[in-house]
Each structure stands twice: as structure tokens, then as C-alpha cells.
Design a protein around this ligand. Structure first.
Ligand SMILES: Cc1cc2nc3c(=O)[nH]c(=O)nc-3n(C[C@H](O)[C@H](O)[C@H](O)COP(=O)(O)OP(=O)(O)OC[C@H]3O[C@@H](n4cnc5c(N)ncnc54)[C@H](O)[C@@H]3O)c2cc1C
Length: 444
């Protein structure tokens, strides 16, 4: 039984979850080391949508003030039909209801700020090392190896090494990410090149926007600070490829453009104008993979834990992939220094996984509801008649359960209850607390 807090944690992966875990552990007084495959000089492309639950964590860590100025701040995404009628407005953030506007920010800017904070806190990071495998795990800690043959040790090893995680192979060797059959094709274009419907002037056209038509959805989302650069993208069914196959699809720019423009004539003018102005060098692909639900996020001896995409890569519709990784990191960091004989590591991790899985499951359910809500009217009615869940947006804080939950407070309340007054059924207790936590919020 492990009944003392770790003296040192090793983190594999300096992505969003790994860096956030390091900063959060430092805030809790737990020393850690990070090991990362890529050199920090390797540039990352693309932008991310961050919602209030992620921004609250970044704010607590002292990063929000630096970040919000570097991205595009907004509240809703409009969903439009082919006739350009807004059928729904979905909140990705809202200052009054959820404390923060949503932020769309370049991944590079976010990583740069997280790395700067890690450096500022003097957290050691070893770049250019590839985790290979766990050598041993016993009462004294965990011994692990890199592909260059070197070894390192720690009390606990946390795998934040992304969707194709190597650390996960130690915990769930049979699990492989599952391809959804869909690939997103995107580009970054200048907003001024778009042709707007004749009855709407450019500045009044809502952005971000998702336009639904015969070909599915076409999304446009500003990503530079002033909103002048817009991500434009759509999804296509495409057979699964190996890494070389995905690289080949990306490298064939003209072929990719052709795929992007398939069904051109069925899109409204604004989408056609986007497809007429694709800067070839900005074309990108994103094959959607998900990680099947895992029985555990930690090893039988409790010294190896996974989090972020390594534990639960989820579909992109709700824009919560990174945000859930931030929540994992922040809550795990709150728990680890509070391990005691009354709350041994095994018990704490079991509860942590259940609590986190409940949130992730709710996000996956929300994704399904959102996907159903965006189907053509006839299909939506069929689903509704069959009792399938369909999302209905409103302006009354319907997403409070997601954006307003104080996940650290929940963990600390759990720890307090466990250590003062151990219960036989802590999960039910925690769940009841969470559903009662915000008056006026509605769970989906
Ligand atoms: C195109 C695209 C757009 C997205 N948009 C959004 C969005 O708008 N909103 C949102 O919330 N989410 C979005 N996501 C999802 C989001 O990017 C992920 O959920 C998030 O990056 C997961 O963070 P992570 O730290 O778990 O993994 P990652 O960010 O993948 O980081 C993993 C790190 O581990 C390192 N690593 C891997 N293997 C090893 C090894 N063996 N040894 C050492 N280091 C290793 C990697 O180099 C990397 O630095 C998007 C994803 C993509 C691909």
C-alpha cells in the first residue's frame, strides 16, 4: 500500500497535458521531471479552441492573462443551413454565464507560454528522449527506459504522451486507437477573401460558423487576434492509412485540394469562395482517432498513470480534447500530495479515474447529442422519435455542468471527506455533490 505522497514524479510528454501537470504539481509542492521526444525548436501548426473549464485552470496557474491576448476571444458558434439561416447558437464560452469567453489560440502560442512557465519554475525538462518501456515497478518506485538505452527512476511515472501513447501499452497493451473513418481537411485563409451573402455585410456575418449542407458541415473559425485569418475545414470519409499513407495524402497538395473541393457546387457562395481561395501551403489533415474506454488509467502497482489523450482521446465536436486533458492534470496534481494512510494511492487513483471518466463520458454523450442535432431535419425527427438524444441549446447556462465545475474543489472536498470521515461509498457521495454543485445548471 502506498500511503505517502511521491517525492518525485516523472512526466512523459511535454504536450498540453504534460506541461500543465508539471506546473500544477509545482503549485502543489511536488517536484517533477519532464521527458519529451521532440526538440522545443520543432514548430507546431494549427490552433485550438479553449472553453471556460480549461481557461479557469490556466487562470489559476497564472497563464490566462498572457494567453487571452494572443488569440481570438468569442462566445458562440453559429450553426447555419444551406440557406444561411442560423438554426442554433452553441456556447463555447460566455463571460457572464461561464466566467470566460472561449479562446481560439495557435497551439504554438499555448505551448510557448506553458514551456516558458515550466522554465520559469525551474522544472527540469529533457528534450529529444523517447520513452521506450517500464523496466520495473516495486515498493521503491518505477524504473523506466528510453530508446537510446538510458534509464531513469521516479516514485510515480505519468504518461502524457498523446493518443498513440507508449506508456499506455504498459497499462492496457491490447488497446489501440480506433479510426473513426473520417478525416478533417482544413486550411488557413484570409477572411477578406470570403464572399458573403448579399443581404449581410462582412462585419455582421457571425464567426465562428458551421454551415450544414448536402456534404455535411463546413466550419470557419477565426484564429488570429484580429480574426483576419480563418481556419476553414470540412470532413471526408476516407479509409484508414498507416503513417506513410497519411503523409502521402498530405503531401499531394493538388489531390488534397480536389478532395477538399468535392461537392463544390452544393455549397453556398461563402463556402465556395473559401474553396476558391485555399492557400495550398496551409492545407492540413486531421484523421479522427478515438481511444476506446479503458478499464484503468494506472498500473496494478499504481506507480504508472496515464492522462490526457493517452487515456481518453475523444471526438472533436464539443472542442473538449485539450480541456479534458487540462482537467486530468489539474486534479491529479491536487490528489498526489494528499496521499496518506487514510487515503492511500490505490484508493485515490481509483476514485480519480471514476470521477474523470464520468466527465469524459458526459462530454462524449454531449458530442453525440451535438452530432445528432446537426443532422438534416428528417433524420433528426427520426432520431427524436426513436428517443435518441439530441442537443438543444439555450441561454440559461445549459453547459454549466461542463464549464463551471470547479474540479479542483471537488477533489479537495473528496479528500477532506475521506480523510476526516472515510465512507464506504465515496463515489456516490462525490457524484451527488457534483450534480448539486451549481444551482440552475442542467446536466445533458
Ligand atoms: C488538428 C487538431 C485540432 C484540435 N483542436 C482542438 C480544439 O479546438 N480544442 C480542443 O480542446 N482540442 C483540440 N484538439 C485535441 C487536442 O489537441 C488534444 O486533445 C491535446 O493536444 C491532448 O494533449 P496531450 O498532452 O494529452 O497530448 P499531445 O498534445 O499529443 O502531447 C503528447 C506529447 O508527448 C510526446 N511524446 C509522444 N510519445 C513520446 C515518447 N515515447 N517519449 C517522449 N515523449 C513522447 C509528444 O511529442 C507530445 O509532445 C485538436 C487536435 C488536433 C490534431
Amino acid at each position: 500500500m502506498i500511503s505517502t505522497p511521491p517525492n518525485r514524479v516523472a512526466i512523459i510528454g511535454a504536450g498540453l497535458a504534460g506541461l500543465t501537470l508539471a506546473i500544477s504539481l509545482h503549485r502543489q509542492g511536488v517536484p517533477c521531471n519532464i521527458y519529451e521526444l521532440r526538440q522545443p525548436t520543432v514548430a507546431t501548426s494549427g490552433a485550438l479552441m479553449l472553453s471556460p473549464n480549461a481557461l479557469r485552470i490556466l487562470d489559476t496557474l497564472g497563464l490566462y492573462e498572457r494567453l487571452y491576448k494572443q488569440g481570438y476571444n468569442f462566445e458562440t458558434i453559429d450553426f447555419k443551413n444551406h440557406e444561411q439561416i442560423t438554426t442554433d447558437k452553441y456556447y463555447l464560452g460566455h463571460e457572464k454565464m461561464y466566467g470566460y469567453k472561449a479562446l481560439r489560440i495557435y497551439r504554438q502560442a499555448l505551448l510557448t507560454e506553458l514551456r516558458a512557465e515550466v522554465k520559469n519554475l525551474q522544472i527540469p525538462v529533457t528534450y529529444g528522449v523517447k520513452f521506450s518501456h517500464i523496466v520495473s515497478e516495486d515498493d521503491n518506485g518505477v524504473n523506466f527506459a528510453f530508446t537510446d538505452g538510458t534509464h531513469a527512476t521516479a516514485d510515480i511515472l505519468c504518461g502524457a504522451d498523446g493518443i498513440h501513447s507508449t506508456v499506455r501499452k504498459y497499462i492496457a497493451p491490447e488497446v489501440v486507437p480506433k479510426y473513426s473513418g473520417m478525416v478533417a481537411i482544413t486550411c488557413a485563409l484570409q477572411r477578406k477573401t470570403l464572399e458573403y451573402p448579399s443581404n449581410i455585410c462582412a462585419k455582421d456575418y457571425p464567426m465562428p460558423v458551421a454551415i450544414y449542407g448536402k456534404n455535411g458541415a463546413f466550419v470557419m473559425a477565426p484564429q488570429s487576434i484580429d480574426g483576419s485569418e480563418v481556419l476553414a475545414g470540412t470532413q471526408r470519409a476516407w479509409p484508414e492509412q498507416d503513417r506513410a499513407g497519411w503523409d502521402a495524402l498530405l503531401a499531394d497538395r493538388e489531390g488534397l485540394l480536389e478532395l477538399f473541393r468535392q461537392g463544390y457546387e452544393d455549397w453556398p457562395t461563402i463556402v465556395q469562395s473559401a474553396l476558391n481561395n485555399v492557400p495550398l501551403d496551409t492545407l492540413a489533415i486531421w484523421p479522427y482517432y478515438v481511444v476506446p474506454k479503458l478499464a484503468s488509467w494506472f498500473s496494478p502497482n499504481k506507480r504508472v498513470i496515464i492522462l490526457g489523450d493517452a487515456a481518453h482521446a475523444i471526438p472533436p465536436t464539443a472542442g473538449q480534447g485539450a480541456s479534458q486533458g487540462f482537467e486530468d492534470a489539474f486534479t491529479l496534481a491536487a490528489l498526489l500530495p494528499r496521499i496518506t494512510a487514510k487515503l492511500p494511492l490505490e484508493k485515490a487513483l481509483t476514485e480519480w479515474k471514476i470521477m474523470r471518466q464520468q466527465r469524459v463520458d458526459k462530454v462524449i454523450k454531449l458530442t453525440l447529442q451535438l452530432n445528432n442535432a446537426r443532422l438534416p431535419e428528417a433524420e433528426r425527427q427520426k432520431l427524436a422519435a426513436a428517443g435518441a438524444p439530441v442537443w438543444e441549446s439555450g441561454d440559461d447556462g445549459e453547459l454549466g455542468w461542463l464549464y463551471n465545475e470547479d474540479v479542483e474543489k471537488d477533489v479537495l472536498a473528496y479528500v477532506k471527506a475521506e480523510t476526516k470521515n472515510p465512507r464506504t461509498c465515496p463515489v456516490e457521495w462525490l457524484t451527488s455533490k457534483m450534480s448539486l454543485s451549481k444551482p440552475g445548471t442542467v446536466a445533458p
